[in-house]
Ligand binder design. Structure first.
Ligand code: A2P
Length: 274
């Protein structure tokens, strides 16, 4: 990365200066799904590199000391823009304002990506299971669009559980677009499986993913063999309560948690919540 690409504290957006050492990027697209969820895209700094599944700190130049929050990059590493999937929290220090952004606005971003939901933190396996709730789908939107994921795994199974049907639209659209994509579609076709479920509105699959794993309904619906630590690898992203419960399940099945320093058979990351 070149320092020249980073703000030096002199540019301004609105009435506040861009803090030094952050990128100032332009919003290129905003799509609202529900009164709780939206996605947006920003320009990508030329020097910015990340591994699919990592997160960055982003904020708005709306105060002298802007609030910065962790956001998983939802776009794949080959994409020329950056995409994010966000919750809207009334009174949330960042999302209260972020949910109002429009094309042409400025979003600031710290230059260093990080995170554990990366292929490098898992030892090689055959099937990759990505379990998510709410905005926890974001890192998987990146990983399922990365050809490297299909080089490392024969099958990629991604689940997304939300309260209501409309909250699944982002993941449903992303999976459909991935399968049609000229670059990744060929890799993903026949190997990417998607399992959406809802807990508070009737859809094809009802219930928490944790429950559906335990009852076996999840495996039956996809016609796949149950989780097996010998061949399967797991990534988890969602609320704290969800992560705690799924950890208990996979620990009991014999999976071991990995990190960048010491790869294992599963990795977890808390989704950004407000
Ligand atoms: P539920 O409606 O039964 O709470 P939220 O919008 O609150 O972040 O929740 C997103 C989804 O995650 C909801 O469908 C919710 O189900 C589910 N969820 C919440 N807690 C857990 C948990 N401990 N284990 C599995 N799923 C959970």
């Amino acid at each position: 990365m070149t320092d020249a690409a980073l703000a030096e504290g002199s540019d301004t957006a609105g009435s506040f200066p861009i803090p030094s050492g952050v990128f100032a990027e332009t919003v290129t697209e905003v799509q609202h799904y529900t009164d709780r969820l939206f996605r947006f895209r920003i320009t990508r700094p030329q020097s910015f590199r990340f591994r699919s599944g990592e997160f960055v700190m982003i904020g708005l130049p709306n105060s002298a000391k802007p609030v910065m929050r962790a956001y998983s990059v939802a776009s794949p590493s080959w994409d020329e823009e950056l995409e994010f999937f966000s919750i809207k929290v009334a009174g949330g220090p960042l999302t209260e304002h972020l949910q109002k952004i429009k094309v042409g606005d400025t979003v600031i971003m710290r230059p260093k990506p990080t995170g554990t939901l990366v292929n490098d933190a898992l030892i090689p396996g055959k099937r990759l299971f990505c379990f998510s709730t709410g905005t926890g789908f974001a890192p998987f939107a990146s990983l399922i669009r990365d050809p490297e994921t299909y080089e490392k795994f024969e099958q990629v199974i991604v689940t997304h559980t939300c309260r209501q049907h409309d909250e699944l639209k982002y993941s449903a659209d992303t999976v459909a677009n991935t399968l049609q994509d000229p670059l990744v579609g060929e890799f993903a076709s026949g190997r990417l499986l998607y399992f959406p479920s809802t807990t508070r509105e009737e859809t094809q699959h009802m219930g928490r993913i944790t429950t559906l794993i335990q009852t076996g309904a999840f495996y039956e619906a996809l016609k796949i063999a149950p989780l097996d630590p010998a061949i399967d690898r797991i990534m988890v992203c969602g609320s704290m309560a969800f992560m705690k419960d799924i950890r208990t399940i996979v620990d009991e099945l014999g999976f071991t948690e990995g990190s960048n320093a010491e790869p294992g058979t599963y990795v977890v990351e808390r989704a950004f919540v407000g």
